[in-house]
Write a protein that binds this ligand. Structure first.
Ligand SMILES: Cc1ncc(COP(=O)(O)O)c(C=O)c1O
Length: 470
């Protein structure tokens, strides 16, 4: 996704990052985000510090949604939702919302991710597997059989791990389509027809992890269960513009910038052309190579994740270590593919330069035009419990920062805009006039800090205009 100049513009320090997600972002977006951390749109306050109810963030949300609608060609019959969770969350949120115990949903089984979605759906209702690419998952099945009356039809538009992609959504589906588009959303023009809901974890194509974009027909959302907690219902996000609770404001900001960048580059048609060009470089090479072999079969090949294997494990390891030496990172395969040992690459998200510059058989141990990712052969590496879904790095950092500031936070519960300290007593009830206290230690004077440290409550000395609540 990044422009060709990106990696070089930081004094060569930025590597060519082939991680499938969290993945490379356009450097222009990163620079803008860097600036927005300090000062969002000239407001004098950073994006991380703005209230999600304030006018500044309202503008961010509005322009992000507008850019998504414009670039995606999405009309008003669809809602644009930002759900604070990864794609895995929707594996259960979808069936929980739309599938009753005695109802059937049809699932297209094309790899690891569709498998996880199927497992979750089985908790709520009946799953009919409409097609399966097992055991190799090297192709999108050509024949689909529908159940008598499915509630919806689920498919994974791009199976990241096996490197297969639907060239078009399943045809003649007898129910609304539900699509996991996590690894190819906005990589090509959106095919919205017949879809009830499209969800995509943002960290591959759109921005940071820990948030997902949902594009859903408003009338489909309304058919969902109403007796679930608010945050388990898509309608809550639609009705409250993703503001039922505090959303991931920074992620929404970055998504807006990425989509604006896509618009500047020429939109989704241009993205598709670039991705096809870059993927073709690799597939052309693989097709003529005697030592490297692509996993996905022609007709099902992903334009986002190219998966391939070397003739020997040694060859793959040589290529990977040489790639590392040359500043290429994130190439080893997905850790959950215990049975597959395919080597793969997420080439299309890289600058084209990344592919062309490294072309030439001699460089990769007699082989590749490019580098790849290699799975640990035969190893079943489980994700630790905290990483069931892709964790949000921003949130993690924020949590650590919060812990570091805990002492400062204990010093005072709130200050008025006049700088008057209201109370620092532990257990004080929440103050109606709430001001973020992230920099409390800077706000309070030194003697005040000292007094507070000694455990003395700081008493309000309010003017007539301001008074403490408790
Ligand atoms: C197609 C697909 N679906 C779902 C996921 C899981 O997303 P998350 O980690 O955001 O829950 C991934 C990869 O991470 C993916 O590639």
């Amino acid at each position: 996704m990044s422009s060709g100049a990106d990696a070089a513009s930081d004094g060569g320090r930025r590597k060519l990052n082939f991680s499938s997600g969290p993945a490379v972002l356009p450097e222009q977006v990163l620079r803008r985000a860097q600036q927005a951390l300090i000062d969002l749109d000239g407001s004098g306050i950073g994006i991380l510090e703005h209230s999600h109810r304030g006018p500044e963030f309202a503008r961010v949300l509005e322009r992000t949604e507008a850019a998504i609608r414009e670039v995606g060609g999405i009309d008003d019959s669809f809602a644009i939702l930002f759900v604070t969770a990864g794609a895995t969350h929707h594996f259960s949120m979808v069936p929980q919302s739309f599938l009753a115990e005695d109802q059937t949903a049809d699932y297209c089984h094309t790899g690891v991710w569709s498998g996880k979605a199927i497992d979750e759906a089985r908790r709520y209702g009946i799953v009919h597997v409409a097609c399966s690419g097992e055991p190799e998952f090297a192709a999108i099945p050509a024949t689909l059989t529908w159940s008598a009356s499915p509630r919806y039809v689920h498919y994974t538009s791009n199976e990241t791990i096996y490197g297969t992609q639907w060239t078009a959504p399943p045809a003649a589906a007898p129910a609304p389509l539900v699509c996991d588009a996590s690894s190819d959303v906005f990589s090509r023009p959106l095919a919205l027809a017949n879809h009830g809901l499209i969800y995509a974890g943002a960290q591959k194509n759109l921005g940071p992890s820990g948030i997902s974009l949902v594009i859903a027909r408003k009338d489909f959302i309304e058919t969902g269960r109403k007796d679930l907690p608010p945050l388990a219902q898509y309608r809550t996000f639609a009705r409250e513009h993703s503001l039922h609770n505090t959303p991931n404001t920074f992620a929404i900001y970055v998504i807006g910038e990425v989509v604006a960048w896509i618009r500047e580059q020429g939109g989704l048609t241009e993205m598709a052309a670039r991705n096809t060009r870059k993927a073709s470089l690799l597939y052309d090479f693989l097709d003529q190579s005697k030592r490297w072999r692509g996993h996905a079969r022609p007709g099902s090949r992903s334009m986002m994740n190219v998966t391939f294997r070397g003739a020997t494990k040694e060859l793959e390891e040589t290529m990977l270590s040489r790639a590392e030496e040359r500043g290429m990172s994130g190439l080893r395969g997905h850790r959950s593919t215990s049975s597959s040992s395919s080597t793969r690459s997420s080439a299309p998200r890289q600058p084209e330069r990344g592919l062309r510059a490294e072309r030439g058989p001699a460089r990769w141990g007699g082989g590749s035009a490019f580098v790849s990712r290699v799975t640990a052969e035969g190893r079943n590496v489980q994700r630790p419990p905290t990483q069931h879904s892709t964790p949000c790095a921003t949130q993690r950092t924020a949590v650590e920062a919060t812990a570091r500031r805990k002492a400062a936070r204990r010093l005072a519960r709130a200050v008025t805009p006049l700088g008057t300290t209201v109370s620092t007593r532990a257990g004080a009830r929440s103050t109606p006039l709430c001001i973020r206290v992230a920099r409390m230690s800077e706000i309070l004077s030194r003697p005040a800090r000292r007094r507070a440290r000694r455990g003395r409550a700081l008493r309000a000395t309010c003017s007539g205009a301001w008074r403490p609540h408790s």
